[in-house]
Design a protein around this ligand. Sequence first.
Ligand SMILES: [Fe+2]
Length: 233
Amino acid sequence: MVFRSLRRPLLAWLTALALLLFTPAPAWADFVLPPLPYALDALEPAIDATTMTIHHDRHHGAYVANLNSLIEANPTLAKLSLETLQGQISSFPVAVRNNAGGHWNHSQFWAVMAPAGEGGEPSADLLAAINGAFGSMETLHSQFNQAATGRFGSGWAWLIRKSDGNLAITSTANQDNPLMDLPGIEPGTPLLGLDVWEHAYYLQYQNRRPDYIKAWWSLVNWSEVNRRYAALS
Ligand SMILES: [Fe+2]
């Protein structure tokens, strides 16, 4: 009698457990916030730990969460890699463009920085390409700084490799990037991308964007830039 009265709730409990264990993870969990490749305070004094915490955990985290929330209404997203998605972004709503761009841009941004003194130097191949395109590393710096300071409002400055193999400097607004198939964007593969949104520097530098850019050069992870360039050659 006791067993009979317990049988129904037991079966319901076992069914719930089976559903929990064997239901595949939902598609909206596809995009993941990558961990930082260094400690939150590793980029100090150029970028302080509080800025890094808010920037990575909250801003980048929000782009990832928002993008995942858009999968249900845009199921194609679940079948595309983040990088492939950039090249097809024109066929998606603007919310996908903003959040997928935010996710890709920040993912590359963390990787292209390293604690000061640990980023290495440009490889001989990359240096030859830089000298060929800009004449010198100093001119690259100056043109890149101009693109970064001149970007009105929020956006990014980029060193890209174009499809003809030449290097170029460009900038994009908001969370756009040179991989996107959109009018007004100079296409290319980013080798180095700098975030010039105020959330990237305002706590520490307030309105002094040029000071942030100057300090940021000490963090460039040339080993990663070399790797990206070599992968395209
Ligand atoms: Fe950012």
